[in-house]
Every structure is written in structure tokens, then in C-alpha cells.
Design a protein around this ligand. Structure first.
Ligand code: AMP
Length: 172
């Protein structure tokens, strides 16, 4: 299936110079959405995955399905001030600006095998921040999983040394 045709490109969103990859047409097409999720599930179904950690908010759409299918726990990475219990925090740079994520301090146990899931790998700042949070709590990163990788932004280099599974790669 041609998944790339289900990604809508929006120029200059949310700011000038950004070619935004809108995944909502893919989500709306149930055959394409199922196909994309099945590719991910198939890739990891024989691996021991304890926890799926996903970035707010588009990462949740994919991450929760993977947690259900792979029989893993789900850990949300959220913007500051959203999680109710004690948290650990990590700042990072995005393709368009600074941001930070929080995770509950008891979300991951030492030695847990963790899949880090997001919709898009752009500059890799988000992914690296997620990795830092997981590793601060003693988790082991089994792999990163993305629907879309923006190869030209070289986010892969920020998380080199880790396994990376992405379904689509864009070169602009
Ligand atoms: P980064 O930290 O630069 O890898 O950015 C990744 C995060 O920002 C992901 O959670 C994406 O949802 C979002 N993002 C960054 N750049 C884009 C883009 N060009 N199109 C769509 N989403 C993007």
C-alpha cells in the first residue's frame, strides 16, 4: 500500500519554512491506518517489549494501539504540568522551538524493555529527550518507532546507536 500518498504536506505550518507532514488523512483511511499499524506490530511481535513510551499528543494515537497489541504497558510523555504525580523532566530543541517533556517517576522499572513511539522523526530532539527520560529511570530502549522519518533533517544521527524503525522516509 502507498502510505506516502496518505500524508498531506502543508507548507509553512506552524511557521514559515516548515513543510508539515499531516498524518490525519492516513488516520482517516481505516485501511491505511490498519496497514501501518500492522507493519509495526508484525515487526515487534516476537520481541519482549514491557512498555511503550509515547510523546504527546500524536504519538499517543499509535502508541496505545501498539501497547494493546504487543501486551505492553503504556507510558505517556507529557508537556509540563499535565501529569498529576511526581515527575522527571527533560528539555529539548525541536524543528521549530524549545520544549520539554515529563514522565511519572515510577513509570518505568530498571531493566524494562521500552519502545519509544512517535508520529514523525524530524530533528530527533523529541526522540532524544524521550530516550533520556527512559534511561534516567533505568529502562532499556528496544527501538524507536515512527510513521514518518524526515531523512533530510538527520534526526537519526541524534539517536544513533539505537534501533530505528520508520515506515516512510521523506527527503524534503
Ligand atoms: P523533532 O524533535 O524535531 O524530531 O520533532 C518531532 C516532533 O515534532 C514530533 O512529535 C512531530 O509530531 C513534530 N514535528 C516536527 N517536525 C514536523 C513536521 N515537519 N511535520 C510534522 N510533524 C513534525
Amino acid at each position: 500500500m502507498d502510505l506516502k500518498s496518505k500524508i498531506r504536506e502543508i507548507q509553512d505550518f506552524p511557521q514559515k519554512g516548515i513543510n508539515f507532514k499531516d498524518i490525519t488523512p492516513l488516520l482517516l483511511d481505516h485501511e491505511a491506518f490498519r496497514y501501518a499499524l500492522q507493519q509495526m506490530i508484525h515487526h515487534f511481535k516476537n520481541r519482549k517489549i514491557d512498555v511503550i513510551a509515547s510523546a504527546e499528543s500524536r504519538g499517543f494515537i499509535i502508541g496505545s494501539v501498539l501497547a494493546y497489541e504487543l501486551k505492553a504497558g503504556f507510558v505517556p510523555l507529557r508537556k509540563p504540568g499535565k501529569l498529576p504525580y511526581k515527575t522527571i523532566n527533560q528539555e529539548f530543541e525541536k524543528e521549530y522551538g524549545k520544549d520539554s517533556f515529563e514522565m511519572h517517576e515510577d513509570a518505568i522499572k530498571p531493566g524494562d524493555n521500552v519502545l519509544i513511539v512517535d508520529d514523525v522523526l524530524a530533528t530527533g530532539g523529541t526522540a532524544k529527550a524521550a530516550a533520556n527520560l527512559v534511561e534516567k529511570l533505568g529502562g532499556r530502549i528496544a527501538s524507536f518507532v515512527f510513521l514518518v522519518e524526515l531523512g533530510f533533517l538527520k534526526g537519526r544521527e541524534k539517536i544513533s546507536g539505537y534501533e530505528i524503525f520508520s515506515l516512510m522516509n521523506f527527503d524534503k
